[in-house]
Every structure is written in structure tokens, then in C-alpha cells.
Design a protein around this ligand. Structure first.
Ligand SMILES: C[S@@+](CC[C@H](N)C(=O)[O-])C[C@H]1O[C@@H](n2cnc3c(N)ncnc32)[C@H](O)[C@@H]1O
Length: 257
């Protein structure tokens, strides 16, 4: 056994320790751990064990479910943290905006695919971890759209913090943004439960050759995707959700009409 659980063996039965999650999310100095209601009584000991393993951690919160269209993780209290990812500094407020560091490799993957000089749209931008990264490192210009006013505020601050100026941040519903959609080379659609509802409008507004990254929940065995005017390039798994379901990025290309 490795990690923080080793430190619990002094105080808890090995079977109990074995049943606890092997890992947790570490976002800056904050740790987020998911426990079952029965396991919550061990939280004081778990906090101690995590702090022993990671002395920089100043608070440990229970991970709740991700709620509502704004995909916010319920936390006991909101907590603002500065987080460094892929060379980008990000202000994040856990509990009021969506943020998952589990997607950091995925954002690097999108960056690797982006060609210098591209125009990109990040339709569900959150605090900007993907759109701002592309703007800072590769794209000529990035349009970011976001519904949650708090996330917008942080996205603007994050652009400033990283001295990024080649962006336009649109505050509001992606449905309104889609009515004034700019010509672009790449569209990022990271809203796994609903992004597909926006796909017809994105197809209508984009030209042949445009790359579309559509994030979706899907059953692990599903390995194809057919949709008019789109060609599937690949399905890239991002987050394992359950034994049968995962969140993946469907890399798509707009074909000719
Ligand atoms: C899964 S999060 C992804 C955020 C960001 N791309 C990231 O990787 O951290 C989806 C984001 O879409 C925003 N959102 C939800 N519905 C929206 C809509 N109709 N229009 C614009 N943004 C929306 C949420 O507030 C949330 O910040």
C-alpha cells in the first residue's frame, strides 16, 4: 500500500484503510477527496494522513457531486486557489466554478493539435484553462464563452495574470454566442452532458475542415460516432466515470456540405 493510506494503518483496521480511495484531487494547496457516508467518520484521520503525505496541503474538502448546468462541485465553503498548469497560472474558486485538474493532460493534447495562427472558439470556457492556454501558446486569437458570471470574472483575471491579450471573453449563454459565431479553425465543446445539443448550430456556423472537440459521456464500448457533415477522427478517453462509462473527447472534422 502506498500514498496517504499508509499513515492510517496505525489507527484503522487494514480492511477499512484498503476500502478508502487510493487517490484524491490536489489543486494547489487544496485536496478534494470522495468518501462514502460511512467513510466520512474517518475524515479527521484522513485529513491528518493527507497532510503528513503532502505538507503543502492546507485544507481537505469532501468532494461532492457536480451540480447544475454550471457543473459546480458542491463544497462546504468556496475556496480560492492559484494553480499552475501547463505553464499557465490559474485562479480558481472551488465551490463556485467548475474546475478539474484531471483534464490538464487533455488540454495539453488539444494544444499539441493546434497549429500556429489558428482562430479558436472555447464555447464552455470556465475559468479559461483550455482557451487561455491555446491563446498563450499557439493560437492567433481565441473567443471564450461562459455562462457563470463568477467563472467569467476569474477568466478575465486569468487572462490578465498571464498577460494574454489575443482573446475575447463573451459572458452569456452559448446559444446567444452561436448567433454571432466568428469564422474559426477549431471549436472546443466541453460540457459533457449537453454539448451535443449545441452541435447542429456549431455545424451550421463552421466551414469544411474545422476541427471540433466534443466532450461526451459515453459507454466505454462505443467506438464510433456518426453525425451528418462530421467525420470522426478519434475518440480520446479523458476521465473514467464508472466501470462502463467515461468522459471522452470526440475529435471531429467538419466535412463539405
Ligand atoms: C465542464 S465545464 C468546463 C469548463 C472549462 N472548459 C474547463 O475545462 O475547466 C463547463 C462550463 O460550461 C459552462 N456552461 C454551462 N452551460 C453553458 C451555456 N449554455 N453557455 C455557456 N457556458 C455554459 C459552465 O458554467 C462551466 O463553466
Amino acid at each position: 500500500m502506498r500514498g496517504y493510506r499508509v499513515h492510517l494503518l496505525r489507527d484503522l483496521d487494514p480492511e477499512v484503510v484498503e476500502s478508502l480511495p487510493r487517490s484524491f484531487d490536489l489543486i494547489g494547496e487544496i485536496a478534494l477527496i470522495r468518501l462514502s457516508p460511512e467513510q466520512e467518520r474517518y475524515l479527521p484521520l484522513i485529513r491528518e494522513a493527507i497532510r503528513t503525505q503532502h505538507p503543502q496541503v492546507i485544507e481537505i474538502y469532501l468532494k461532492g457531486t457536480v451540480n447544475g448546468s454550471e457543473r459546480i462541485r458542491s463544497l462546504e465553503i468556496p475556496y480560492r486557489v492559484t494553480y499552475q498548469e501547463n505553464g499557465l497560472q490559474l485562479l480558481v474558486e472551488l465551490g463556485t466554478v467548475f474546475f478539474s485538474n484531471r483534464l490538464s493532460r487533455e488540454r495539453q493534447r488539444i494544444l499539441d493539435q493546434t497549429q500556429p495562427g489558428e482562430i479558436v472558439v472555447d464555447l464552455f470556457a470556465g475559468v479559461g484553462p483550455c482557451g487561455l492556454l491555446l491563446a498563450k501558446k499557439r493560437a492567433a486569437f481565441v473567443y471564450l464563452c461562459e455562462l457563470n458570471p463568477r467563472a467569467i470574472e476569474l477568466c478575465r483575471l486569468n487572462a490578465k495574470l498571464n498577460r494574454i491579450t489575443n482573446v475575447q471573453i463573451f459572458e452569456g449563454d452559448a446559444r446567444s454566442f452561436l448567433k454571432q459565431f466568428p469564422p474559426c479553425d477549431r471549436v472546443i465543446m466541453n460540457l459533457p452532458f449537453q454539448a451535443i445539443d449545441f452541435l447542429p448550430a456549431v455545424i451550421e456556423q463552421t466551414g469544411p475542415g474545422t476541427k471540433i472537440h466534443l466532450y461526451r459521456f459515453h459507454r466505454t464500448e462505443q467506438q464510433n460516432f456518426e453525425y451528418p457533415k462530421l467525420r470522426l477522427l478519434q475518440i480520446h478517453p479523458c476521465i473514467e466515470y464508472s466501470a462502463f462509462e467515461q468522459i471522452s473527447c470526440f475529435d471531429l472534422e467538419r466535412t463539405t456540405d
